[in-house]
Structures are given as C-alpha cells and as structure tokens.
Design a binder for this molecule. Structure first.
Ligand SMILES: Cc1ncc(COP(=O)(O)O)c(C=O)c1O
Length: 162
C-alpha cells in the first residue's frame, strides 16, 4: 500500500498540522521529507530539550532496550527508582510522579491540590485558577481550564469515595 505523507485522512482532525513533514533530526536541526533543513526551536515543546538523537541518550536507550523495555506502572524497575530518587534529591519535592504527558502531569497536580485540602477538611477549597488563553492539555479537567477565559472552576472534584 502506498501511503502519501500528505494524506492525513486517517488522522483525527484535532490538530491543524502544517505542511512540513519532519523526517529526521539531529541536535537542534530538523529535516523535512524534501531534505529542507530547519532549526527546531520547538524541541517537542521542551520534551527534546537535550536536542534530537543526543548520543548519550541514544546510547543509554539502546542499552536499556536490550535489557528491559516497558513493564507498566504496576512494577518499579531499578532505573525508574534511581531516576526518581535523583530528581527528588535535586528538586523541592520529596516524591516524583512519572507520567506519559503534560496533560497527565497537570491532571495529577489538580488532583493533588484538591486532595491536600480535602484531607485537611477544607472541602470547599477545590477551585483551580488558570490564565486567560492558557493551555494545559486535552483531558476534560485541563480543557475546562483552557476554555474558561478567566478564573473559573474545574469540573472534576476530589471525592473521598472515588
Ligand atoms: C503548557 C502545557 N501544558 C500542558 C501541555 C499538554 O501536554 P501533552 O500534550 O504532553 O499532554 C502542553 C502541551 O503542549 C503545554 O504546552
């Protein structure tokens, strides 16, 4: 089957993709299918902040991929535990949550803030404030923060029985 790179018919239309189709990248450089070179100022919205295909990261991922790839969050692997400890020791926080996306991280932040006040017996402190035209992700709670163009209430309340 010949699939044209510009055929987006199989994609949900929730993003407005530009015509640029990225093919490969190295460091801060990115090339499209026609070989045109770009400087990637986006960096995957800070996800590829080490640059594309960083040799140390590539080596580490290659080595790990030959030992153990993914085991879900039901199990805690040694590298995950060590990374968690390292991050916690170098930040303000005592604990780390690994999540799959910014969306999930913001969901967790909302839940934790609500849990904190709920457990203190301050159940009415559940409002989440957001900036006008801000973006936090595409979950229901995060979309709610975005749609509201001023200080508003997020939909999901922390409940003890959930
Ligand atoms: C400020 C901010 N918060 C949250 C998100 C959502 O992250 P993700 O797309 O990884 O769910 C993004 C992604 O663009 C973001 O820029």
């Amino acid at each position: 089957m010949d699939i044209s790179s510009n055929d987006r018919s199989a994609m949900m239309p929730n993003y407005s993709f530009p015509d640029l189709v990225p093919e490969k990248a190295s460091g801060s450089r990115l090339w499209d299918e026609s070989g045109k070179e770009y400087i990637d100022f986006g960096g995957g919205i800070a996800v590829t902040s080490l640059g594309h295909c960083h040799p140390i990261l590539m080596k580490s991922m290659e080595e790990q991929s030959k030992k153990l790839w993914h085991v879900s969050n039901y199990l805690l692997s040694k590298p995950a535990k060590e990374l968690g400890q390292k991050i916690a020791s170098k930040s303000f926080a005592e604990k780390v949550l690994f999540s799959n996306s910014g969306n999930e991280a913001n969901e967790a932040a909302i839940k934790l803030a609500r849990k904190y006040y709920f457990e203190k017996g301050d159940e009415e402190k559940y409002e989440i404030l957001s900036f006008t035209n801000s973006f936090h992700g595409r979950s229901l709670a995060n979309i709610t923060l975005e749609i509201q163009n001023s200080i508003k209430l997020a939909l999901v309340r922390y409940r003890k029985d959930l």
